[in-house]
Design a binder for this molecule. Structure first.
Ligand SMILES: [Zn+2]
Length: 199
């Protein structure tokens, strides 16, 4: 699509395998970075799309795409790349690259992963990111998993997998299960706005 490429979702079973290895004390830095950097690239794409930005596929320069002009020219010196507005939109539409309501989780991971030094620190960042949610800001209720932007699979498949990714932050695991329960009840229409259960 006009040479525009976004980082793909990652294979959730790679994440499951990493957790197993980590729990067995067998994960090394390369194992962690294989997943962690894949997530970081995917998050970068999400953050670029959130701000209508693009890394030029020809010269590598990052630039702002105009949301009002029919096309935007890359400002890179001597670069002739130009992106029509519609092509930019089509490049990420229906690819789960829209940040939704989980932007803080993506921003935090994006900023902190590159400066994390130990396997333990990196695993906590990965664990926190994948167990995050999109929250409706009006009702303050969870409506989707942030991991749906990050991993292959339907919402239900991703939740089932995330449920197995536990043990790194027990308190976080507990909050995750409670939030998943709230999310399903809300999606089934079993909650009134403001989170009150129906009688
Ligand atoms: Zn360029």
């Amino acid at each position: 699509m006009n040479g525009v490429k976004w980082s793909p979702k990652i294979d959730p079973y790679k994440v499951v395998a990493l957790y197993r290895k980590f729990m067995d004390g067998q994960a090394d830095m390369a194992d962690v970075d294989d997943v962690g950097i894949g997530l970081h690239l995917r998050v970068k794409s999400i953050l670029l799309v959130a701000e209508w930005r693009l890394v030029c596929p020809e010269c590598g320069r990052e630039f702002q795409v105009s949301s009002s002009e029919p096309a935007t020219n890359c400002p890179g010196p001597g670069c002739s790349f130009s992106i029509p507005r519609e092509k930019y939109l089509a490049s990420w539409r229906h690819r789960d690259l829209w940040r939704g309501k989980a932007l803080p989780a993506f921003e935090e991971y994006y900023a902190r992963y590159p400066v994390a030094r130990t396997i333990g620190e990196k695993m906590v960042l990965i664990d926190t990111l994948v167990h995050s949610f999109h929250f409706d800001l009006v009702e303050n209720l969870p409506n989707r998993c942030a991991a749906n932007n990050l991993m292959e699979g339907s919402l239900k498949q991703v939740v089932d997998i995330l449920d197995r990714l536990s043990g790194i932050q027990p308190e976080n695991d507990r909050v995750f299960r409670e939030t998943v329960d709230l999310m399903w009840r809300r999606r089934r229409g079993q909650l009134e706005p403001k989170g009150k259960p129906r009688p």
